[in-house]
Design a protein around this ligand. Structure first.
Ligand code: BG6
Length: 299
C-alpha cells in the first residue's frame, strides 16, 4: 500500500492528504471548514472525528497497533461478515473486514464544505478461505458538522447469505463514571456477562463495572451524555435494529496489550449493528446498508 501514489491520485490541496502513520499504513487526513478527521485504509477504519471547537468524539488507545492483520484499538472498526466470536474459535473475532487493507476509491469535496471518502472491499482468495462467498462492501464516509458512515454490503454470490455486522464505535468520554447512554430505556438486551440472559433496561445505561450487552429493537436515536465535558454525542442509525454497549473495565482491559492503562475510564463503545437476533439475510445480488450519523451537542 503506497501512500505516495494514493496521495497523487486522491489528495485535495488544503483539504485532504494521505500519509503513512506506520510503514505502509496510509491514513486519509481530512480538514475542512466543519471538522477534521482521519481514516485508515486498513479496515476502512475511521480513527478520529473532531468538529471545529470540540474535542475528538472518538477514542483511540495510545498503545494501539498499526499493522496489517490487526484492527486498531479504537475509532470505528468494521465487524463483518460476523459479529463477535465465531463458532469455530480458530476464526477471527468480529469477522475479517477490519483486518485487511481496503481500496480507496474516491475522495470528494462538496459544495457545503463536507468531504466524502469511499472505500471498497471485495472477496479474494484470503477472504474465501474464511467465508466462502462473493461479496462487495462499500463504505461511504462523510465528514461535515456530523460524521456519517454508510456500509453497503452486496451479496455477489448465487446463494442466500446470513450476516451480522457492526460499526464498532469507540467514543471518547471525560470520565466513564459520569457517562450515561440514553435512548435505551425499556429496551430488552442480551447480557453477555450473565450467560446471555435476557433483561430489560430501566433508565439510562450507567457504568461501574464491566458491561457487555446487545440491545434489541433499537432503531431510534441514542445519546452518550458526558457530564464532565458537558456534551452529548448523538447517534442516528440506519438499517440497524440492534446496538452493543461495551466497556471492558479494569480486568478485561488490562488483559489486552493494545488497551492503554486506565483507558477504560475514557471510552465507551456504543456499536450500531446487525447482531443478536438482528441478522441480515441477503438473497443473491441483494444489498443492505448499515449506517450511523454521529454529532456533538451541548448537554
Ligand atoms: C465488543 C464485544 O463488541 O467487542 C466484546 O461485545 C468484545 O465482547 C469487544 O470484547 C472487543 O472485541 P475485540 O475482538 O476487538 O477485542
Amino acid at each position: 500500500m503506497d501512500s505516495n501514489s494514493l496521495n497523487e491520485k486522491f489528495a485535495i490541496p488544503d483539504f485532504v492528504s494521505i500519509a503513512d502513520v506506520a510503514p505502509n499504513y496510509p491514513i486519509v487526513q481530512i480538514s475542512n471548514s466543519h471538522a477534521s478527521a482521519s481514516i485508515a485504509v486498513h479496515g476502512a477504519q475511521v480513527l478520529s472525528f473532531q468538529p471545529n471547537g470540540e474535542e475528538d468524539l472518538l477514542w483511540v488507545s495510545k498503545t494501539a497497533v498499526y499493522a496489517e492483520g490487526k484492527s486498531v484499538r479504537g475509532g470505528i472498526p468494521i465487524c463483518w461478515p460476523w459479529f463477535g466470536t465465531h463458532p469455530d474459535t480458530a476464526m477471527p473475532s468480529h469477522g475479517f473486514a477490519r483486518n485487511c487493507f481496503w481500496q480507496l476509491t474516491s475522495v470528494k469535496q462538496d459544495h457545503s464544505g463536507s468531504t466524502e471518502v469511499m472505500l471498497c472491499l471485495e472477496d479474494d482468495i484470503a477472504s474465501r478461505s474464511l467465508w466462502p462467498h462473493a461479496f462487495e462492501l462499500q463504505l461511504r464516509v462523510s465528514v461535515g458538522k456530523a460524521l456519517s458512515l454508510e456500509l453497503t454490503m452486496v451479496n455477489r454470490s448465487e446463494e442466500v447469505v446470513d450476516l451480522t455486522a457492526a460499526l464498532h464505535s469507540y467514543f471518547d468520554v471525560g470520565d466513564i463514571a459520569g457517562t450515561a447512554v440514553r435512548g435505551l430505556d425499556g429496551v430488552e438486551y442480551i447480557d453477555a456477562l450473565q450467560s446471555n440472559r435476557r433483561l430489560t433496561q430501566a433508565g439510562d445505561v450507567r457504568f461501574d463495572a464491566e458491561l457487555d450487552r446487545i440491545y434489541q429493537q433499537t432503531a431510534g436515536d441514542e445519546f452518550i451524555d458526558d457530564a464532565l465535558r458537558g456534551r452529548s454525542i448523538r447517534l442516528q442509525k440506519q438499517g440497524s435494529d440492534s446496538t452493543v454497549v461495551w466497556n471492558p473495565w479494569i480486568a478485561k482491559s488490562s488483559r489486552m496489550d493494545d488497551f492503554e492503562d486506565g483507558g477504560y475510564r475514557r471510552m465507551v463503545c456504543v456499536e450500531t449493528g446487525n447482531m443478536g437476533e438482528d441478522v441480515v439475510r441477503l438473497q443473491a445480488d441483494a444489498a443492505h446498508t448499515l449506517g450511523v450519523t454521529i454529532s456533538a451537542e451541548k448537554a
